[in-house]
Design a protein. Structure first.
Length: 180
């Protein structure tokens, strides 16, 4: 499976993700309070623990490589911490990733309104599933839970981005990432 940005980012302090550092780059958290504050040349550094050969463990940088247009949308090209490059569209707190590994289309990673219990349905081109928000620890942090039979969660904090990631598949394979 090909991973895109939002499947690949993670968190600093497991008890309070709002203490995670803002991403490096030209804009600061004060300038951009979106849940996923992507911008040209922004970087994040993660501690990654993975049992997947396609996503090596270690200290890894995630970087916004530039911008382009896909399906008439302005997107960010992002190299995620597993090394793959994705295309991410951001409009306020709505975030969609482009998938092109067979079928073509968009998967919604974040939706509006950002509030406890808000749910939406999305697809990755081969399956349709639900997602919902749960309030996380921190001043304005939210956990997205993917409603599938395995564990897949992301925690976002305003002005920082996706601060915590955990995926545990049905066979016990894992990817966990923590923002440094």
């Amino acid at each position: 499976m090909r991973w895109v940005l939002v499947f690949l980012v993670a968190c600093n302090n497991p008890t309070d993700p709002s203490t995670a550092p803002a991403p490096d780059g030209p804009a600061s958290a004060e300038d951009d309070v979106r849940l996923l504050p992507l911008g040209p040349d922004r970087t994040w550094t993660y501690d990654v623990t993975s049992t997947y050969g396609s996503c090596p463990s270690g200290v890894v940088e995630q970087r916004v490589l530039g911008t382009e247009t896909v399906d008439g949308r302005d997107v960010f090209r992002v190299r995620g911490f597993c090394g793959s490059e994705g295309r991410t569209f951001v409009d306020g707190d709505t975030v969609e990733d482009y998938y092109d590994w067979g079928p073509l289309g968009w998967t919604r990673q974040l939706d509006e309104p950002v509030e406890d219990g808000h749910a939406w349905t999305t697809t990755n081109g081969s399956a349709t599933f639900g997602m919902h928000y749960e309030r996380a620890e921190g001043t304005d942090c939210w956990t997205v839970v993917q409603e599938v039979s395995y564990t897949s969660t992301w925690t976002y904090c305003r002005g920082i981005g996706l601060t915590r990631f955990e995926m545990i598949d049905l066979a016990g394979g894992t990817i966990r990432a923590t923002l440094r």
